[in-house]
Write a protein that binds this ligand. Sequence first.
Ligand code: ADP
Ligand code: GLC
Length: 480
Amino acid sequence: MKKILFAASECVPFIKTGGLADVVGSLPKCFDKKYFDVRVILPKYLCMKEEYRDKLEYINHFYMDIGSQNQYVGIFKTELDGITFYFIDNEFYFSGAKPYGDLLWDVEKFAFFSKAVLSVLPVIDFRPDIIHCHDWQTGLVPVYLKERFQGGEFFRGIKSIMTIHNLKFQGVWDVKTIQNITGLSDYYFTPDKLEAYKDGNLLKGGLVFADAITTVSDTYAEEIKMPFYGEGLDALLRARTNDLRGIVNGIDYTDYNPTTDKYIPVQYDAKNFRKEKCKNKKALQEELGLEINEKKFMIGIVSRLTDQKGFDLIAYVLDEICQMDLQVVVLGTGEEQYENMFRHFDWKYGNKVSANIYYSEALSHKIYAASDAFLMPSLFEPCGLSQLMSLRYGTLPIVRETGGLKDTVEPYNEYEGTGTGFSFCNYNAHEMLGTVRYAYDVYTNRKREWNKMVDRAMAKDFSWDVSANKYQDMYDWLIG
Ligand code: ADP
Ligand code: GLC
């Protein structure tokens, strides 16, 4: 039995800010249980869903040195869908209203978490063959593993993997501060290790010291080796190209299933969507105070409102988009400028635009089910899950050809009758507008073609089956 430990900063259903939580919550369930014992370790945030926090079982506690501090490390545990989840407790670090916020504090918090992940292993008596780390928050795990832990019998031979979900975030602060926080010696703060452009960089530590690196789509794996997408680490990623692979994300096919989804008023499937799907549109129009008309072309957006997602393109041409006979439904939170931009358009085109500036799982499912198209014109996109959810619900994605969007959405080819969505290449507002117009035209004037595209979209398989196998192959290759 091969033992794998996922270390991450968020995980569905306990705590979620983005797609990372979806991946960490759904992938471990998809490994072959005969050969793999996959467990997950997370921070025990005070802000995690109460129904789950209340059910955690206390295991043990001890004190651990980190930098110049001596900190309490509590260990809790729970089991869900056959997976064991461990939680690191420390109220000094994990009692905030959100998992992240202030970067310096986050750096300190996750340095503590990373060291604690290793320190608890002998206490819980779980010796993983591989620790699979996700994003910068766990970048120090491979570093600490090499630095001190692997000297001891228990840790010898444990491998580590670093998965990049978003290269934009690296956990960067000045070297001196990071040295104080982590207690790592000068040896680690050179440009071939944790130092990058004179600062300390936690993700870089992970990328240097991990035995293998993955990211969440093939295209992004190639893109990040180039300066435009490389966020300053492209040279390192080129140097490690033999250890870097792209494995595209899947989604949880049980949670996201239009035939059983409890959040949506009318369930439907690939056979009856022509009649049933639009009932969800009418229900949503009513709920959000839009004109009730099942024929109205509805564009959905569910997203963190950040530059990454291409909202400056939308801001630039939303006036023109609203000249068409359509509706735009937005659900998201994030940067104030984009929250206000959508509120403004909601005010200006009240019967066409509905801006919902908050977080809601229920509304997100209703939007995936109700919309005809889903707009995601990202500047960069490591994988993207929203477009996969849309495809699953027969809602055709309109995307920019980057990262995972390029790998998962096949552009419509009207001559060959192929494709599952619409895409454009350059990061240009009018190129996006042209693509939205094209989608509108197909929906309005070639409805049969549109519906055949929905057939193809719903027939695609973006469950974890294929990708979980690829992770298993990688584990086998690493452990031998
Ligand atoms: P990212 O991880 O970059 O935010 P993904 O497309 O990988 O992008 O994943 C985003 C996830 O977060 C999806 O599950 C999406 O439905 C969800 N999501 C984003 N914003 C909201 C929101 N305001 N309310 C509910 N779910 C949201
Ligand atoms: C990140 C990326 C997103 C990806 C998700 C899960 O948040 O922005 O593209 O789907 O991680 O891997």
